[in-house]
Design a protein around this ligand. Structure first.
Ligand code: ZN
Length: 295
């Protein structure tokens, strides 16, 4: 009898069976789709990055910059239909964001295939067939693509705290710049919320609340039959060093104690699921997943 790869996955050292039992049905396919590339000062992503000192007030002679990727995950789910995890920046975002945001988080490479609609088409699917969108957090580079879903009735799932934070921030200017009003429509998007810490969203899909980078940020756990578990954590970690060894976020950090607790929790989840943690923008982690069909 041939070994069942999922069984092998379940018996990896440290895996706790109930944490991987919500497995996706046979026939589930996941595509990690590239939505473009950005570059920015490393100080945004690492505490103390590029900092000046008394002996070197200007900081490093050559300031470190980081190349980032933006991506979404498209899930072909046999019973739920097409599910989209996050949406990227949206169309023409350098113009839409305007200065100085489009220079601080600069688009470093662009191909038409990085547009959400085109990237979905490349997988053999049509954006019009998306049945649900889940957004890890509502910052501009993850939720900008929501505009495509205006007036479509497609449910947009987000943690209740995140929806409240985003609307509050845009209305008051409390965290101006990272949440923008153009994709936070009150009447043309079909917002849906949950308030649990852990939600079994659908067969094989579990959402985990990981507050810190934002108050309502969530990660998505997918348990696949052949490729095992993936933990897509949005910007809980921008890059892998935030997650492990756990370098705190830089100028983009918000509630650090909450973030620290979420990071501890995520490290336990990685162990008990045997999963792969995929940060929000880490090139080296995301690149090997592009162009593959995860099953
Ligand atoms: Zn981001």
């Amino acid at each position: 009898m041939s070994a069942n790869p999922f069984t092998q996955h379940q018996t990896k050292d440290g895996v706790v069976l109930p944490h991987v039992l919500n497995r996706a049905p046979p026939g589930t396919k996941c595509h990690v789709i590239c939505l473009g590339y950005l570059q920015a000062d490393a100080g945004w992503f690492f505490r103390g990055g590029n900092t000046g000192t008394m002996s070197n007030p200007q900081g490093p002679e050559k300031r470190e910059r980081r190349d980032l990727i933006m991506y979404s995950v498209l899930i072909e789910h046999p019973t739920e239909g097409l599910i989209l995890w996050e949406t990227g920046c949206g169309k023409d975002y350098p113009e839409v964001w305007g200065a100085p945001l489009n220079d601080i988080f600069a688009r470093s490479r662009y191909e038409p295939e990085h547009e959400l609609e085109a990237a979905i088409a490349k997988t053999g699917n049509d954006i019009k067939d998306v049945k649900a969108v889940i957004v890890g957090h509502l910052h501009l580079d993850h939720a900008g693509g929501l505009n495509v879903f205006r007036k479509t009735g497609v449910p947009i799932w987000v943690h209740e705290i995140e929806l409240k934070s985003a609307f509050f921030s845009v209305a008051t200017g409390a965290d101006a710049g990272v949440y923008l009003s153009h994709y936070l429509s009150v009447d043309e998007l079909n917002w849906k919320t949950f308030d649990e810490r852990t939600v079994d969203f659908a067969q094989g899909l579990t959402i985990h609340h990981l507050p810190g980078h934002t108050a309502g940020l969530c990660g998505l756990q997918i348990n696949l039959e052949n490729d095992g578990t993936f933990l897509f954590v949005s910007d809980h970690a921008h890059v892998i060093e935030n997650y492990k060894p756990g370098v705190p976020q830089g100028w983009l950090a918000r509630d650090h104690p909450a973030w620290f607790n979420s990071n501890q929790r995520l490290q336990r989840l990685e162990k008990t699921t045997g999963g792969l943690v995929v940060p929000g923008h880490d090139l080296e982690t995301v690149k090997p997943l592009l162009g593959r069909v995860l099953t």
